[in-house]
Design a binder for this molecule. Structure first.
Ligand SMILES: NC(=O)c1ccc[n+]([C@@H]2O[C@H](COP(=O)([O-])OP(=O)(O)OC[C@H]3O[C@@H](n4cnc5c(N)ncnc54)[C@H](O)[C@@H]3O)[C@@H](O)[C@H]2O)c1
Length: 439
């Protein structure tokens, strides 16, 4: 029997503060997009919370509301944006420098963008080698820096009269770090903050401050950040929802769309080579081998988990997967990604698939930031806390509880997201048993 009572969901009354760590390409594209939608200039393309419908009951019932009419989400007019960045440019200046959006889309909302000035960041060049910043906090210890962030969060909430807050990490990718004993419990983490231990990266200090303040936190980069026992302990203690890691855009998005299709047809794969050129600041940061390593780990896991070579050794046992990222300034934010797939079919005959994706990373990432902010807020108002696996849909490297493997198949992720919404409201979950997948 399916539970059909639903959860008690607090209404989305009042303003929702969306604090973005990093005010670069993704953040400014998100903010400018939301303001352009609010002022009727643009449509929210790519956003499930704004455009997607959800089927309820039987196909013959003809009940297909928009998601935003089905669950109580914050209204776009109630969103207030804030940010931290070591570079002091306001959102207008940053949007111009990042070069994602055209002047004709920036100028009509220039005053609004200029009003968003970044708060001084917790930043340390040790963790993002290719970046320099002047708008940076100073403090005796990482613990003290964390307390300064907590004060920022509280001040923002009061100054902007927010009922609730969410925080999304949209800052640069940090160097590759693995969990150590400093991350194993909240007590050891906080001691390591006081000791200024190298194991504590800036992104973790933001996550700690958010969770201490009871603010939901999403991690859009592949850094460890909230993916550790200490943070989960804090999230549990303060009943805060979290999710990560690394927004699923560009080549990985294509991979998680295509790979499930090949597997569904039981077609074999010998190799998948992905390379791209991009020339924005993210590309420059990823030009550092230590930051690239963090990204590479995040991108490589996807195929293994979707194709399950251990279950299908004939088809995927000898798969060679390679991912390259090349910093190439002339392209700016307009990345070009090439994929070559060597596949094989009936009687082992070989075939190839080539993809040339002229994509715009931040255009793909911005609706993800918006959806995560709205869904995390919904999760908190619904009393959910800890890792929000139903939001895996948005991530390259979805965070899961220890011992579980992540689900990468975008269609399963989408199904899980919608079923979670149905479950929240007490609607019957759709299993597609005996029916086609039509919603
Ligand atoms: N664009 C995409 O499609 C996409 C997809 C997946 C993940 N990401 C990740 O999202 C992040 C943002 O991407 P972007 O294209 O906006 O990059 P960006 O370089 O344009 O912006 C990142 C901003 O973060 C700031 N920053 C760095 N360290 C900081 C800190 N400690 N505190 C506050 N701010 C800090 C930088 O100064 C910069 O302004 C990157 O980590 C990127 O890897 C982006």
């Amino acid at each position: 029997m399916q539970e059909q009572t639903g959860r008690e969901i607090q209404p989305a009354d009042g303003r929702l503060g969306v604090l973005l760590v990093g005010l670069g390409a993704v953040s400014t594209t998100t903010i400018a997009g939301v303001e352009s939608i609010r002022t009727g200039r643009k449509r929210p393309i790519g956003s499930l919370t704004q455009m997607n419908t959800i089927r309820l009951g039987k196909r013959t019932d003809d009940r297909v509301p928009l998601i935003k009419e089905f669950v109580p989400l914050a209204d776009l007019d109630d969103l207030v944006f804030g940010a931290w960045d070591p570079i002091p440019d306001d959102a207008y200046e940053s949007a111009r420098v990042c070069g994602v959006l055209r002047s004709e889309d920036i100028e009509p909302i220039a005053d609004f963008l200029k009003s968003i000035k970044p708060m001084p960041a917790v930043f340390d060049k040790k963790y993002v080698k290719k970046l320099d910043g002047t708008n940076v906090k100073s403090g005796e210890s990482k613990y003290e820096l964390g307390e300064q962030l907590r004060a920022d969060i509280r001040r923002f909430k009061t100054d902007h009269d927010c009922a609730r807050l969410v925080i999304v990490w949209c800052a640069s990718t940090e160097i590759f770090l693995q969990p150590t004993q400093e991350h194993a419990s909240l007590a050891s983490f906080e001691q390591a903050m006081r000791d200024n231990a190298d194991a504590i990266a800036p992104s973790m200090i933001y996550a700690w401050a958010a969770l201490k303040e009871g603010v939901p936190f999403a991690n859009g980069a592949p850094n460890l950040t909230v993916d550790m026992a200490a943070m989960l302990e804090l999230a549990r203690e303060n009943r805060v929802p979290v999710c990560g890691k690394d927004f699923k855009t560009g080549q990985t998005l294509m991979k998680t769309i295509l790979a499930p299709g090949l597997k569904t047809r039981m077609l074999g794969l010998n190799g998948w080579f992905s390379t791209n050129i991009l020339g924005n600041r993210d590309g420059e940061v990823l030009d550092d081998p230590e930051s690239f390593k963090t990204k590479e780990e995040s991108k490589l896991g996807v195929l293994e988990h979707i194709l399950q070579p251990e279950m299908y050794p004939d088809l995927y046992g000898n798969m060679y997967h390679k991912v390259r990222i090349n910093y190439y300034p002339p392209r700016g934010d307009n990345k070009e990604g090439w994929d070559n797939l060597d596949i094989f079919g009936w009687m082992d005959y070989k075939m190839q698939i080539k993809i040339d994706f002229l994509c715009r990373d931040s255009i793909l990432a911005a609706p993800i930031v918006l959806d995560l902010a709205l869904f995390l807020d919904l999760a908190q108002r619904s009393g959910l806390h800890g890792i929000q696996e139903w939001l895996s849909f948005y991530f390259k490297s979805p965070q899961v509880a220890p011992g579980l493997y992540p689900e990468h198949d975008i269609f399963i992720q989408h199904w899980k997201l919608k079923n979670t919404l149905r479950w929240l409201v007490g609607e019957e979950q759709i299993t597609h048993l005996g029916v086609e997948y039509y919603d």
